[in-house]
Design a protein around this ligand. Structure first.
Ligand SMILES: Nc1ncnc2c1ncn2[C@@H]1O[C@H](COP(=O)(O)OP(=O)(O)OP(=O)(O)O)[C@@H](O)[C@H]1O
Ligand SMILES: [Mg+2]
Length: 511
């Protein structure tokens, strides 16, 4: 072997970036070779997304310090287009598709195939179809994006990045909302791109994936590079302790709650697809939840889990039929406000749409958004409100300067914690959690799991939807499995195994 050194595709050296009062990046060094997947990991707020925004031209020079080299050449991007022209495609953590446009329009937005200034639609949709086929995605390019679930939107973002023939592809939490099958599709796509010489930066809190996919791992903590190592020289616990700066034990708490009487019940819930006449998203689903019980709902993406919860909460566009009973009394819920009045709380998977007001402070999001609706729980004392907000911030380890920090400036995982804190403060009787730990780091997950357990011990009935099977199995007293809108299985904590739950989730086992 010759000892010639290979020029890195990308080198970022001594990168610094500050926001008012926050030093997000403090001398970060990072490099990437052609044909490798380099994982970037770290706790919520460590600076991962910010580093990628520097690379992607979102924060142009001189808004950051340090140097970016592409194939040995110093580069300074003035904007996103500059970075794209240099072959960099970034799929951001917060999805950026235009909801009212079709999948095809989104993929080619700003780069539509034209002739004499006229967009050639047939051409556009044919190319879009080809890209989607290439990814083995069964999505019609003429579908409006608003009709797609988050998981599918994520895959469309990837198709869009691929259409730009990127040499450097950044994926910021690409699998947070994907099903196992979709993750497999993604893994195959990335392997293919790797063999074509594309360099990829992979940000994820799912360490199994990081270990499966990556060639090297860089750990960031508090805006600094802790180290870069070949993946095969590391293991999960060594990475976790580098991320967190301490050892993390078993992340699932031992349940200390016992179920009481049924406090919430639904009977024969059916939800129609608002976009396809005659199609049902949820079909004749009935269940009850007891005080102090955690009921998990497992299932694949698109099984109807979110549709079920959204419909019960009065937030679904499709028509719902069936009965909802709170403390054995029938209630009619036609809007989220009514649901909240009946003591139902909802941590949604799509925090951008339902969870957070991005231009408001953390405190406002935690309190004003929901509390006045709940009788007898209105905060009248501002000091007390601040104190409660600060406690919640500390309990959930929300990384922000004060409770008056604007929510939109928080890192993805910290935004999710604010949504959770908001509902925890309202102390509902029934709490729906839809993917509550999406994008949340291991250390913070442990905190959230402990909170869920604590709430159950205080007598809350909790309905938990999660695509992470270990999470459903680790937290639930009882597990229902949904497949194509119907319940196909029910398990107790003792008899729920990953194999049996998956068999029901994929429809291989019907009850
Ligand atoms: N636009 C902004 N204004 C102010 N502060 C910001 C802004 N963007 C990020 N920050 C701060 O910079 C720090 C790093 O945030 P960043 O989003 O890079 O974290 P992250 O590692 O991507 O975390 P996560 O895993 O939660 O996505 C955080 O303290 C965050 O609050
Ligand atoms: Mg991030």
């Amino acid at each position: 072997m010759s000892s010639k050194t290979v020029t890195a595709l990308l080198e970022m050296s001594d990168i610094t970036k500050s926001f008012p009062g926050v030093r997000a990046l403090d001398g970060v060094t990072f490099d990437l070779f052609a044909g490798e997947i380099h994982a970037l990991v770290g706790e919520n707020g460590a600076g991962k997304s910010t580093l990628m925004k520097v690379l992607g031209g979102v924060y142009p020079h001189p808004e950051y310090g340090g140097e970016i080299l592409i194939e040995g050449e110093p580069r300074r991007f003035r904007n996103i287009r500059d970075a794209e022209a240099a072959g960099i495609a970034v799929i951001y953590q917060e999805l950026s598709l235009v909801k009212d446009m079709t999948v095809g329009e989104n993929i080619f937005l700003g780069r539509e195939p034209q002739r004499f200034g006229i967009v050639r639609w047939n051409n556009l949709y044919r190319q879009a179809q080809q890209l989607l086929d290439d990814l083995h995605l069964s999505i019609d390019p003429r579908t409006p994006v608003r009709e797609l679930g988050i998981g599918q939107q994520q895959l469309v973002e990837i198709a869009k990045a691929l259409s730009q023939n990127a040499r450097i592809l950044v994926l910021d939490e690409p699998t947070a909302a994907l099903t196992n099958a979709e993750v497999e599709t993604l893994v195959q796509i990335l392997s293919k791109l790797r063999s074509r010489g594309v360099g990829m930066i992979y940000i994820s809190h799912k360490l199994e994936e990081v270990f499966r996919l990556s060639n090297r791992i860089t750990v960031l903590r508090d805006g600094r590079t802790i180290g870069t190592e070949p993946t095969k020289e590391l293991n999960q616990s060594s990475v976790i302790s580098r991320m967190v700066g301490r050892e993390v034990g078993d992340i699932f708490p031992t349940p200390e709650h016992t179920a009481g009487e049924v406090i919430f019940e639904v009977r024969n819930i059916t939800v129609d697809d608002p976009y396809t006449a005659g199609k049902r998203l949820v079909n004749d689903v009935s269940f009850g939840v007891r005080r102090g019980e955690v009921l998990g709902i497992a299932g694949l993406m698109g099984a109807g889990r979110s549709d079920l919860l959204m419909a019960i909460f009065g937030a679904h566009a499709g028509r719902m039929s069936g009965e909802v009973l709170v403390e054995n009394k029938r209630v009619r819920i036609t809007s989220p406000a009514e649901a909240i009045r009946h003591g139902i709380g909802f941590v949604t998977e799509d925090r951008k749409r339902f969870g957070l007001i991005l231009d408001q402070t953390i405190l406002n999001n935690m309190t004003l958004a929901s509390l006045p609706l709940i009788s007898g729980r209105v905060f009248t004392n501002a000091d007390r409100e601040v104190a409660l907000g600060e406690t919640a911030m500390r309990d959930l380890r929300i990384k922000a300067r004060t409770v008056f920090t604007v929510a939109g400036t928080l890192s993805g995982g910290n935004q999710q914690k604010v949504v959770l804190a908001k509902w925890l403060l309202t102390k509902p009787r029934v709490l729906f959690l839809d993917e509550p730990t999406r994008g949340i780091d291991v250390g913070a997950k442990q905190v959230i799991y402990a909170q869920i357990n604590l709430l159950a011990r205080e007598g809350l009935a909790i309905v938990l939807v999660s695509s992470e099977l270990p999470e459903v199995l680790g937290l639930s007293d009882r597990v229902l499995v949904l497949h194509e809108g119907r319940i196909t299985g029910e398990f107790t904590r003792a008899n729920a195994t990953p194999e049996s739950v998956m068999a029901c989730a994929t429809g291989q086992m019907k009850r």
